[in-house]
Design a protein around this ligand. Structure first.
Ligand SMILES: *[C@@H]1O[C@H](CO)[C@@H](O)[C@H](O)[C@H]1NC(C)=O
Ligand SMILES: *[C@@H]1O[C@H](CO)[C@@H](O)[C@H](O)[C@H]1NC(C)=O
Length: 329
């Protein structure tokens, strides 16, 4: 088992950083099947990167995929924006002839009833549940409780969104994941077209490598200070200790992935294939026990949820040919 994973890391490292052989061959195989890509595809000239941007595109008719949306809606004041996103997912899926399953969680018993009333009659929702969860580990802790209650394994595409408090940050993520029915169809098309893509984040939010720093696009989207561009790090030293201890809870007795393969989607809103969550689901009780109850007093970083904000995309990358970034523009 451990040997298998080591071999997997080694081959991924080789593919991504030493010659791109694996990625190249898989992608060139995929590219042949892309009727719309022209000879001038700029990706042909450049080395393959572990992150690839997918444009919004006009998806022609294709069969609907099984889709689920997991909303961590701790802050009821921001429900309206969650709802707009849901509506876009419903519209996109409806245009393909599909439905969605919807899992919403609240950390306050009063909002549970409100959410239930709100979503119980939404057309296009095949199955729904509003869960009352512990306020533990921020959105990631709530998501873990959601997947324990409703395992996501059978869905081709799972959208995870939450009521992130910072406005510009949240709105940028929502716009580039579910800003309209067309954006949603582009995401679903991406999963259909790229079998090796396990996770699709919002544009400017998918970063790979321990030394990754704030890019200009990311900085603009989250309204950071200009002097942070190219300087502020996405993997801070104070995260590394909790990354190590959390990795041991996730995959006991196995080595951490190579740091070139560390990946993060800051804010943890993304689309992903349901099959990447099996290990997370198995480790969920241990992981949840390691997360403090209540809102974080320590703020910024260094806790299990911050480690998982990094390890979930990393686990996805270990099983992917690339991670996608969706661009709504
Ligand atoms: C559900 O919530 C949205 C957003 O706040 C609102 O626009 C909509 O009218 C609500 N629907 C129902 C049935 O309560
Ligand atoms: C990776 O792929 C294997 C085989 O498909 C699967 O069993 C495993 O759960 C996947 N893990 C992740 C993190 O995607």
């Amino acid at each position: 088992m451990i040997c298998g994973w080591k071999a997997r890391f080694a081959s991924l490292a080789a593919a991504l950083f030493l010659g791109n052989l694996l990625v190249q061959s898989v992608l060139s195989g995929e590219r042949k099947s892309l009727g719309h890509s022209s000879a001038a595809d700029p990706a042909d000239a450049e080395p393959e990167s572990p992150v690839r941007r997918l444009p919004r595109r006009v998806a022609r008719g294709f069969l609907p995929l099984p889709v689920a949306v997991y909303v961590q809606a701790a802050n009821a004041k921001l429900w309206d924006e969650m709802f707009q996103c849901l509506r876009a997912v419903l519209r996109g899926q409806a245009e393909l002839g599909g439905t969605i399953d919807l899992i919403v969680s609240a950390t306050d018993s009063k909002t549970v009833a409100r959410y239930q009333r709100n979503i119980s009659k939404l057309p296009g929702v095949r199955r729904w549940r509003v869960l009352f969860v512990e306020n533990r580990g921020g959105d990631i802790g709530q998501f873990l409780q959601q997947i324990v209650a409703e395992p996501p394994g059978s869905y081709s595409a799972v959208l995870k969104i939450h009521t992130k408090s910072k406005d510009s940050w949240r709105r940028n993520m929502l716009k580039n994941l579910c800003g309209s029915g067309a954006v949603v169809k582009s995401a679903l098309w991406g999963f259909k077209e790229h079998p090796g893509m396990k996770l699709l984040g919002p544009r400017d939010f998918v970063h790979v490598g321990r030394h990754a720093t704030f890019t200009p696009g990311f900085c603009q989207a989250m309204e950071c200070r200009e002097n942070e561009v190219g300087k502020a790090r996405l993997f801070m030293r104070k995260d590394e200790e909790s990354m190590s201890s959390t990795w041991q809870l996730l995959r006991p007795d196995s080595e951490e992935p190579l740091d070139q393969l560390w990946a993060i989607v800051p804010g943890s809103c993304w689309w992903a294939r349901g099959d990447i969550f099996q290990e997370l689901l198995e480790a969920a009780p241990r992981l949840l026990a390691s997360m403090a109850l209540g809102a974080s007093r320590r703020g910024g970083s260094g806790q299990a949820q911050h480690a998982l904000e990094r390890w979930i995309p990393t686990l996805a990358l270990l099983n992917s040919t690339f991670l996608g970034e969706l661009d709504a523009a």
